[in-house]
Design a protein around this ligand. Sequence first.
Ligand code: GLN
Length: 544
Amino acid sequence: MIVSKFVFITGGVVSSLGKGLTSASIGLLLRSRGLKIRMLKLDPYINVDPGTMNPFQHGEVFVTDDGAETDLDLGHYERFTCRPMTQASNITTGRIYSDVIERERRGEYLGGTVQVIPHITNAIKDAIRALEKPGVDVILVELGGTIGDIEGLPFVEAFRQFNLERPHGDVMFIHLTLIPYLRASGEIKTKPTQHSVQKLREIGIQPDMIICRTETFITAEHRAKIALFCNVHKDQVIQEEDVANSIYEVPLMLMNQGVDMSVCRYLHIDPADADLTDWKAMLDRVLRPEKTVEIAVVGKYTSLTDSYKSVYEALAHGGIEHRIKVTFRKVEAEDIEEEGAEAILSGVSGVLVPGGFGRRGTEGKMAAIRWARENKIPFLGLCYGLQCAVIEYARHVCAEPEAISGEWFDEEGEGDLSKAYVALMDSQQNVTAKGGTMRLGAYDCKLKPGTKAYEIYGSEMVQERHRHRYEVNPEKVETLEKNGLTISGVHPEKGLVELIELKDHPFFIATQAHPEFKSRPVKAHPLFAAFIKTATEESEKRAQ
Ligand code: GLN
């Protein structure tokens, strides 16, 4: 018999409360008690997935092993729970509707009127139940957006029905809300939370636990008030204060208030003792760093941290591994175009160029890469970062000043395709749809013995996640190699370039993949760990 239990997590008052972090933290706590968990993020927007959305609007697109382009909250889930997510872990309104409409076209509703209730709500419940498998103890379901949003309603209604259909003790509702602090009067306010819970109750959902995001400590009196007006027991009013140092403190903050045991009690689960040894050891390294290093991240969306979420996290993990605190110089590539690399990058210990799309900013990225290459400053390139590094190398080392990416030709008719060092592969030639059509998900990469990459990864065959259309042009590999670029990793069957590096440089490595998605605070990705370590050592050497 399948006996999974469910925790539904909703948000109140405002968005960006850290619902993803809180859900991930609860996931970690349950897992640390030996429970097998699954996580699901439901997004009420109409895009089928976030793959086509602008990073400025939505932040980073997180890619799973099975090639799903998903919400960045799945990144938190993976980083906290150390479990890979899948296509089934992120469902949007767009996905639900497109499935229902497809079924309608196939005649599967037998002439009936297709409606939000029951057809859309049934499809939502099916998506939730799809995660229910023998052996899975708890499924955490996080709803994006805020209670009261029109677009979220079908989901909340589906939750209500879901609860009704399950035996008592199978479902728990957690509401995460903001308790604002009014500086002028020095008070905290519970009214918005009361209203948010009223909205939930109107639809028929009574939260079992309220997690309060606050700037300051909330007193027992306030807790009692929230409990009374929101109809929850006062022990179930939890405080999630802003953390001073690291988001990785959140799980312990919740554990100290008994959140994990409360969830288990509600769901009638008798768990093992919590084992957070690795997490606590990691936190100790975060909170007591011995060194600091500054890394420049040269991108196009640097004003919004979420656009490169996993990249910043992975860099931080690299530091955590070696008790090094990583600080970021967030550089807009176009500023380098205006002011020059030296003016903007001078003093940093490492340069990272992340993934990206389109021509804008690429000259600045290439100038940054050239600066790092010539000044022997450690450089790590990710995806577009590798492509820019290859074109920069072709232009300035292989004496191919007209080297371009086919992407620029396709976008703006720029240049001559015979000079494309980065080109569209056959499989992408006739693809016109934008959504879900890239090279996506985990692919093998075979490393060349004797290279730095081989040494860093410590194995010959590795798997990394991809999300791109263009590849290093196989016809140009010979020129690149002849001029001293090392191809340190290739796709074993297709021979496509996966990793490049330079010999006479302390650390100049770029990958066609997105290793940042697989980095964890308790286990940094080896490329990031090695990058931060070398960047720190090299800057120490320069300082001597
Ligand atoms: N724009 C490049 C491509 O499509 C790189 C994509 C990326 O960096 N994720 O191939």
